[in-house]
Design a protein around this ligand. Structure first.
Ligand code: NAD
Ligand code: UDX
Length: 469
């Protein structure tokens, strides 16, 4: 197996950035260059005061530890490719917006352009690692492109090495992963390439956590893991609807169910709906794959996980409207949290976007506060959610606030959309004193002390908690 000394990562996003920064930190003997076509993003990674393009706890320390030593960020994609002996392809693979498979299939355009670039500029052999989440058998297409364009003396070995980090905990996930999965062809060359990459991870990951499997299993495992995680949330959210209708409490139910060691306690928190750039996209991708393979029942099974999530979001919006005497027209609401989960500034597929859109369609006034999401991002998300409404009109109905307390002032209702820790610590008495009465709180994340709020005087609605005693 080749001993890897120079790594290039194509794509300096949420995955490529943290993953390869951690590799650089843990492997001082390897030079790691992360390249991207997006100049602004690369500039941010290189900014002297470490104003990095993504917020992730612990990331800044990692980058401070090795940037300029053996970690580099650049827009010179070709140079990065040429110098490296191992290349991660960590570009975006969003859901296709048009054409065949629109709304379901993964858009592989970025993966293909990166692959073609590698084929065009490489002058020596490379191990090419698929880091992006891709449909099963994408590595085959990459291999065909690379082999059809390779020069004499250049060989390309393709590996699949999906990433399992979650945003908000990316650095701790990367420091101590549950497992690292490497898929390769079961040929001698394939196995050698696999051993080369395993050697890199073995600098800090225990050997027994580095799993080596066939290429197609590796690709499919990534879709499978995300589908099964999302399925747990949709299952618990489906039960939360029953709880609300019966007087059961989803926290108690999930706790009791999770005690079964076969089920386990993690990832059973009912919520206003899962968001993030991965779950929906990857499940739809699996649905598309199942349909392409003429497995309609399998496709329908997984599609239901996404449908339940849509239902959960719509159900929550409806609870808000129903509770506020069946109309929120002209009313003032505060939405606390806009990110798709706590500890990230990422808003991709955030349930908060859907909620605010629903409230605006009811002609309410909404004030949004999130500790990490950029203002420009909120406007962009709302414009995309309401494509036929001019931004000026949206801005007449939406205010962005710089503190939770400020956002809640003189509102009729407060909606918790993201489980930021600081929302637990708000001075609720002060909030209550400054609100219109009756004062309502809708907790879409089960983070508030309901009894305390009720004592203050709030009417409180919590996801998955019935009103009947
Ligand atoms: P991202 O959009 O944050 O980053 C992708 C980057 O690739 C962008 O900066 C883009 O400019 C760059 N890029 C695209 N085409 C390029 C090209 N040809 N040459 C150079 N740069 C190019 O995306 P992300 O969230 O980092 O996700 C990347 C992949 O990882 C996706 O397939 C995703 O499904 C998967 N993934 C994401 C997560 C997550 O938590 N975000 C977790 C696991 C896996
Ligand atoms: C997910 C996977 O966890 C990760 O392994 C994969 O690599 C990428 O996709 P991510 O989307 O970053 O990671 O965050 P995750 O913690 O999984 O949360 C996804 C969404 O589910 C969030 O909106 C979160 O609030 C929600 N969620 C999570 C729940 O509603 N309930 C839970 O119990 C857990």
């Amino acid at each position: 197996p080749v001993k890897v000394t120079k790594i290039c990562c194509i794509g300096a996003g949420y995955v490529g950035g943290p993953t390869c920064a951690v590799i650089a930190l843990k492997c001082p003997h390897i030079q790691v260059t992360i390249v991207d076509l997006n100049q602004a993003r690369v500039d941010a990674w290189n900014s002297p005061d470490f104003q990095l393009p993504i917020y992730e706890p612990g990331l800044e320390d990692v980058v401070r530890g090795c940037r300029g030593r053996n970690l580099f960020f650049s827009t010179d994609v070709d140079k990065g490719i040429r110098e490296a002996d191992l290349i991660f392809v960590s570009v975006n693979t969003p859901t296709k917006k048009s054409g065949v498979g629109a709304g379901f299939a993964a858009d592989l355009n970025y993966v293909e352009s990166a692959t073609r670039r590698i084929a065009a500029v490489a002058t020596s052999s490379k191990i090419v690692v698929e880091k992006s989440t891709v449909p099963c058998r994408t590595a085959e297409s990459m291999r065909t492109i690379l082999e059809a364009n390779s020069k004499a003396g250049c060989r390309f070995d393709i590996l699949s090495n999906p990433e399992f980090l979650a945003e908000g905990t990316a650095i701790s996930d990367l420091f101590a992963p549950d497992r690292v999965l490497i898929g390769s062809l079961q040929t001698q060359e394939g196995k050698d390439a696999c051993a080369s990459l395993a050697e890199v991870y073995a600098n800090w990951v225990p050997r027994e956590r580095i799993l080596t499997v066939g290429l197609w299993s590796s690709e499919l495992s990534k879709l499978a893991a995300n589908a099964m995680l999302a399925q747990r949330i949709s299952s618990v959210n489906a039960l939360s609807a029953i709880c609300e209708a019966t007087g059961a409490n989803i926290e108690e139910v999930a706790n009791a169910v999770g005690y079964d060691s076969r089920i386990g306690p993690k990832f059973l928190r009912a919520s206003v709906g899962f968001g993030g750039s991965c779950f929906q996209k990857d499940i739809l991708n699996l649905v598309y794959l199942s349909e392409s393979l003429h497995l309609p029942q399998v496709a329908a099974y997984w599609r239901q996980v996404v449908e339940m999530n849509e239902y959960q979001k719509a159900r929550f919006s409806k609870t808000v409207v129903d509770t506020l005497f069946n109309t929120i027209t002209g009313k003032h609401l505060a939405v606390l949290g806009f990110a798709f989960k706590a500890d990230t500034g990422d808003t991709r597929e955030s349930a908060a976007i859907t909620l605010v859109r629903d409230f605006l369609l009811e002609r309410a006034y909404v004030t949004i506060y999130d500790p990490k999401v950029e203002e420009a991002q909120i406007w962009q998300d709302l414009q995309e959610a309401l494509p036929t409404t001019p931004l000026e009109t949206i801005k007449k109905h939406v205010t962005i606030s710089h503190s939770a307390l400020d956002a809640c002032k003189q509102k009729e209702a407060i909606v918790i959309a993201t489980e930021w820790k600081e929302f637990k610590e708000i001075d609720w008495q002060t909030v209550y004193d400054q609100m219109s009465k009756p004062a309502f709180v809708f907790d879409g994340r089960m983070i508030l002390d309901v009894e305390k709020l009720k004592t203050i005087g709030f009417t409180v609605k919590v996801i998955g908690r019935g009103d009947r005693l």
